[in-house]
Ligand binder design. Structure first.
Ligand SMILES: C[S@@+](CC[C@H](N)C(=O)[O-])C[C@H]1O[C@@H](n2cnc3c(N)ncnc32)[C@H](O)[C@@H]1O
Length: 222
């Protein structure tokens, strides 16, 4: 088992933001929203969704497209990342733009008092030096029936497996993105570590499923 090597919490240098925004995550973002919609059937006509660590807000914007009538709050701590999210959102039709609210906040954000029917997060957990921050935020921002869907990378067993994943999924990517992916895999928690975090946070009833050779998804109702 390789040891966890944390990476910087925020992804906010202009070079990182540019590289991340130009990467093609469309298929994985769409699949994420499709799994969410399947969990929410029948989809209520309206509701409030929160995206924790939204980055360039691609998932939030896609969710807004497929969830008409829903208000989407997309939260991130990085001002440069949020500026990119603002640029992405500016390309959407006005009616959609009006339903997506970008918010700069650094979790834990105890000042947020609103509750959300749906809380999602993709690739935030491995950035957090203290993973309890995510689970604590989920507890603070969710109601009893809130639907949760949280995806992240999980740390591979060996350095060899890690390099194989980098070669397979980022082999053709620019150097910076390739290095980001490598660092993220090293910083990711193992599935066993995530189960322990959930138990400690009183969220042990949530489902933890390995959904690809590198992704784990945590889902269920609060
Ligand atoms: C790898 S990006 C993922 C972005 C997006 N969710 C996606 O799927 O493309 C992780 C994001 O989490 C943000 N982040 C890290 N720690 C945070 C914290 N404590 N509070 C809020 N955002 C945070 C970073 O700024 C970064 O934009």
């Amino acid at each position: 088992m390789i040891e966890r090597q944390p990476e910087p919490e925020l992804m906010d240098s202009l070079a990182q933001v540019d590289a991340y925004a130009s990467a093609d995550f469309v298929a994985s973002d769409q699949a994420f929203v499709e799994r969410l919609l399947a969990r929410l059937q029948p989809l209520p006509d309206s509701g409030a969704l929160l995206d924790l660590g939204c980055g360039p807000a691609s998932i939030s914007i896609h969710a807004a497209r497929l969830m008409p009538g829903w208000e989407i709050t997309a939260l991130d701590a990085g001002p440069n990342m949020l500026a990119q999210a603002r640029r992405n959102l500016a390309q959407a039709p006005a009616a959609l733009r009006a339903r997506v609210h970008l918010q700069q906040a650094h979790l834990p954000a105890h000042a947020l008092t609103r509750r959300f029917a749906v809380i999602i997060s993709n690739s935030l957990l491995h950035h957090l030096p203290d993973p309890a921050v995510l689970w604590q935020s989920v507890r603070e921002l969710a109601d009893a029936g809130t639907m949760l869907q949280i995806m992240d990378l999980f740390r591979p067993h060996s350095a060899q497996q890690l390099e194989q994943l980098v070669a397979t999924y980022a082999g053709d990517a620019p150097d910076l993105l390739q290095q980001d992916f490598r660092n993220s895999l090293r910083a990711a928690y193992t599935v066993a570590e995530i189960r322990e975090q959930l138990l400690a946070a009183g969220l042990g009833h949530l489902q933890v499923a390995t959904i690809s050779d590198r992704h784990v998804e945590i889902s269920g109702r609060r």
